[in-house]
Ligand binder design. Structure first.
Ligand code: IPE
Ligand code: IPE
Ligand code: MG
Length: 251
């Protein structure tokens, strides 16, 4: 196992879980079998992240654009999601994990929403890791929803236009209250963001691996985190400023 510094972990880890379909198709299996195997990887990543002490884990589970997949695949994914949440809630309680959901929940089937509400309610008092599921989520759609709500508040007089700053804008997003991700992992070799957390990823460190999501292992997760620990996050400053802990910030 690769060496990991427990003091330099991302506070917020985000993951684009990709490659379930290809994993299955390469094995002459139905795509849904890939999603089922992918759910096992989700369990591992949730468990490991919580054990490592990561505070926020956000998983891209179903995008706004995924509604255009064949109806049978969409239905199977919704059924799998419901089953996963139901089965895992007891474990979330034992591990002190709190569920959170981002995305356009009004597009999700009522039974899925009920299952989510129950899981959110049951785990609401847990103060360990926050597990955010991005469901029917698209970054552009989220930005538009935030803009609409800001316009409504401006029209009703509860928001003054001069008060709009990046911080305030961020508080109107579905992720309001969550810190921005420090690290993003995408599996399956695709090097794109696919409409995930467009605003929030502004300064996130990105990591891409060829491995398909069902094959992503504990060792690979650790390898990715070790890679994160080797990065220098400069946020626009110079390398010297970072090394001297900002001593030159007035130069
Ligand atoms: C990710 O795997 C899961 C979802 C998007 C729901 P994919 O289903 O996108 O797998 P590929 O990309 O087709 O292999
Ligand atoms: C992104 O994966 C969405 C999720 C992982 C849920 P996709 O497989 O849908 O992304 P594209 O369409 O290939 O970019
Ligand atoms: Mg995909």
């Amino acid at each position: 196992m690769v060496q990991l510094d427990p003091h330099k972990l991302p506070v917020h880890l985000a993951v684009i879980m990709d490659g379930n379909g290809r994993w299955a198709q390469q094995r002459m299996l139905k795509r849904i079998v890939g999603h089922q195997r992918g759910a096992e990887t989700v369990k591992m990543v949730v468990e490991q992240s919580s054990l490592l002490g990561i505070k926020y884990l956000t998983l891209f589970a179903f995008s706004s654009e995924n509604w255009s997949r064949p109806m049978l695949e969409v239905r199977a994914l919704m059924t799998l999601l419901k089953k996963y949440i139901r089965q895992e809630t007891a474990r979330m309680m034992r591990k002190n994990i709190r569920y959170n959901v981002i995305g356009n929940r009004s597009d999700l089937p009522p039974d899925v929403n009920e299952t989510l509400d129950e899981a959110i309610r049951k785990t609401a008092g847990n103060d360990g890791m926050v597990l955010t599921l991005a469901l029917s989520y698209g970054g552009r759609q989220e930005l538009c929803r935030a803009a609409v709500r800001m316009a409504e508040d401006a029209a009703s007089g509860t928001l003054s236009i001069g008060a709009i700053t990046p911080e305030l804008f961020g508080s109107y997003l579905d992720t309001g209250g969550l810190p921005d991700p420090d690290f993003l992992i995408r599996t399956s070799g695709e090097m794109r963001i696919s409409n995930f957390l467009l605003w929030q990823l502004a300064y996130t460190e990105l990591y891409f691996t060829e491995t398909n999501w069902p094959d992503f292992t504990i060792n690979e997760l650790h390898k990715a985190l070790v890679d994160f620990q080797s990065r220098q996050r400069r946020f626009g400053k110079t390398s010297d400023q970072i090394l001297q802990r900002g001593d030159l910030s007035n130069d």
